[in-house]
Design a protein around this ligand. Structure first.
Ligand SMILES: Cc1ncc(C[n+]2csc(CCOP(=O)(O)OP(=O)(O)O)c2C)c(N)n1
Length: 663
């Protein structure tokens, strides 16, 4: 019998507690051993082993209350088993079967479950750290005295998400337990090639945060210390970082092996096995004998085998194209709310402000976050006065960290709250691109969790602001299933569509052209009202040509047609790009036989190309000329007004329209 290489300070834990801990840490080990066999038999596809690290997942989960969220990583099987997920469901998940958590749509530990308050990772590792911030923010705003625990490996701490999430958690004093599992290697990269400081726990100091270093292989140390920390965090909400020193005993994933790890390191960590040592300790203490160990293992193995059988017997997943498409967006029952009030003439910018204020009044759980949006009122002064009306909890200035804030918005949604995130300029969404396209867009399809987030995108050129304050980047998002994209051209539409964007539980990118903010005025009802997505508006009706546009381009098209009022044109303002009102487009094209699509974005890969292809497929026999697309030049947006004018498609539109009519 190996003698224990740890000091187990069991304090006032009872024998029952200790045996319960033993059974809880043993279970993921035995499941893993079984999985390794199944992997060799080709019955499962990939396995990320947590052997040797179980004390961390199990100890942390044991210390948390079951209503508190945990965001585990790919080696944290112990979180899932300790939360009591039926093993057959886990096995079905790994086999891609229906009784799992993702309808076969995502693999391994990439899933969440509200039933067990677990939010699994996305492959990109870091984003969940900011998501944990959002969940913790919700519990803080609701005065719930709850902790959120989130895991990362030491490799993941090199990602920007880690630093942003720590900073936000500290600035906002959120009760997040950041669990860093330092297991020596990130894939094949040893720690000295990953970071250049002695302990990752030291990073916390730079963020003004408390931190601790724990022996990650000692289940008692992990459990009792995390218990103490989390109790304190519930009393006094604040983030704490814990670095757990441990080791990855198997390859990054099973197929890749551990050749690059020196044998003496392997041997020394093998002697610190968290399961074997704890078992020896319990035996030495007389709390466990060989027969009891065998009986406990047999019980767990019987459970594993019974549940495995159930999962293997389950039919392979079956779906249809319709079912897959149906699950990309959360169904939303649009409620049409008609205003019945005065309609003063206001600017585009005022319509957005009103829309925000009224949505905040409609939804007490709605939070707005963005840079300089509170006292300062935002760089475009759109949120001016909101903080005074709704308070700083709900109108939140953020540090400059687009990723963490979009992730936090996702976290708020997981905790049942709505949020609007203001990008200072839509250009800066690139700094938060990953959570938009990989987290917000895909989570509902993956495990049925909506991302109830609106991202406001002040965008567009014509304002001599150069390559990084002028882009109109809607095509980055219309390409990604799971996102809705709104792009109004008029104050009336902007206000009504913004209300709908907030009501809709799906992630919405809401584009607001800066050039329209203070130039376009319209009569807009004072009261709250909604407008439906997926309905274009027909601004003019004619028979010679269909003009399709959105955003500022709508106004360019109208100005051009005003100068050439002999042209009889249907003018379609798309208003929303996803969903797209193809029916209105097709019926107009069938009537006119000629179509020109104008947008501000550069042409290649823009929406005009997509719409053009759709028209070609659906209306080919009605066309009297090739579909014409007009967009900006294939260059970044230049700053100097003469260059910018040349870049934008306004002039070219007039020429192309004339050519099309002559065709
Ligand atoms: C953004 C991103 N880059 C690279 C990878 C590939 N990758 C997956 S896990 C991993 C190593 C992670 O190391 P660490 O965070 O220490 O966790 P560990 O696997 O050691 O538990 C890498 C490089 C990824 N999934 N996501």
């Amino acid at each position: 019998m190996a003698s224990t290489s740890f000091h187990y300070n069991v304090n006032n834990l009872s024998s029952e507690d200790l045996i319960h801990l033993y059974k809880t840490i043993l279970k993921p080990r035995l499941i893993e051993e079984k999985m390794l066999i199944l992997l060799r038999q080709g019955k499962i596809s990939k396995w990320f082993s947590g052997i040797g690290q179980e004390a961390i997942a199990v100890g942390v989960t044991m210390a948390l209350k079951k209503e508190e969220y945990i965001l585990p990583m790919h080696r944290n099987l112990g979180v899932f088993t300790t939360r009591g997920i039926p093993l057959s469901r886990l096995f079905s998940q790994w086999l891609g079967k229906g009784n799992g958590f993702t309808k076969g749509r995502d693999r391994s530990f990439h899933f969440g479950t509200q039933e067990f308050n677990i939010v699994g990772m996305i492959s990109h590792l870091g984003p969940q750290l900011g998501v944990a911030d959002g969940i913790a923010l919700a519990s803080k705003l609701k005065h719930k005295a709850q902790v959120t625990a989130v895991f990362t490996g030491e490799g993941g701490t090199s990602e920007g998400d880690f630093h942003e999430a720590l900073n936000v958690a500290s600035v906002w004093q959120l009760p997040v337990l950041f669990c860093v599992e330092n297991n020596g290697y990130g894939l094949s990269t040893p720690t000295h090639e990953q970071y250049h400081c002695e302990h990752l726990a030291d990073r916390a100091l730079g963020y003004g945060m408390e931190s601790h270093i724990l022996d990650g292989n000692n289940i008692i140390e992990v459990y009792t210390k995390v218990l103490e920390l989390t109790e304190s965090m519930r009393r006094q909400p604040r983030p704490i970082l814990v670095e757990f020193k441990t080791f990855r005993m198997r390859g990054h994933e099973e197929a890749s092996g551990t050749k690059y790890v020196p044998q003496d390191i392997m041997d020394s960590w093998a002697s610190k096995d968290p399961v074997v040592n704890f078992q020896s300790f319990l035996k030495e203490k007389g709390l466990l004998n060989d027969a009891e160990v065998i009986a406990i293992k047999e019980d767990i193995l019987t459970e594993i085998n019974t549940h495995l059988e159930r999962a293997f017997e389950e039919e392979p997943i079956h779906s249809t194209i319709e079912m897959e498409l149906y699950d990309v967006y959360k169904p939303y029952d649009y409620k049409d709310i008609q205003p019945n009030t005065e309609t003063p003439t206001i600017r585009f910018v005022d319509a957005i402000s009103q829309g925000l204020r009224q949505s905040m009044e409609q939804h007490p759980d709605l939070v707005i976050m963005g840079q300089d949006i509170a006292e300062y009122g935002g760089v475009f002064k759109i949120t001016e006065g909101l903080m005074e009306q709704f308070g700083k909890d709900r109108v939140r200035n953020t540090p400059i960290c687009e990723s963490a804030i979009i992730e936090a918005a996702m976290g708020l949604s997981i905790a049942g709250m709505k949020s609007i995130v203001e990008m200072q300029f839509s250009d800066f969404v690139s700094s938060g691109f990953n959570p938009v396209v990989n987290y917000l867009a895909k989570t509902y399809y993956r495990w049925g969790q909506e991302a109830d987030v609106v991202i406001r995108m002040p965008c567009g050129g014509g304002v001599a602001a150069g390559p990084f304050h002028s882009q109109t980047n809607e095509a980055w998002f219309t390409k990604t299933p799971g996102l809705k994209v709104v792009y109004p051209a008029f104050p009336y539409d902007a206000k009504g569509l913004l209300a709908t964007a907030v009501n809709d539980p799906n992630p919405v990118l809401f584009f607001e052209h800066k050039g329209l903010y203070r130039t376009i005025r319209q009569e807009v009802p004072q009261d709250y009202y909604t407008l439906p997505f997926g309905q274009a508006s027909m601004l003019k009706e004619g028979h010679e040509v269909t003009v399709i546009a959105y955003g500022a381009a709508v106004h360019w098209a109208l100005e051009t047609l005003d100068r050439h009022n002999h042209i009889s044109a249907d003018v379609i303002d798309l208003r929303t790009l996803q969903p797209l009102d193809s029916a209105t487009i097709f019926s107009s094209v069938r009537k006119t036989g000629k179509v020109i699509i104008l947008h501000e974005d550069s042409l290649f890969g823009g929406i005009a190309s997509e719409i053009s292809a759709m028209i070609m497929e659906d209306c080919f026999e009605y066309l009297d000329a090739p579909v014409k697309r007009v967009g900006s030049l294939e260059t970044p947006i230049p700053f100097a007004p003469p260059l910018e004018d040349q870049y934008l498609p306004k002039q070219r539109f007039e020429e192309e329209l004339k050519l099309l009519l002559q065709y």
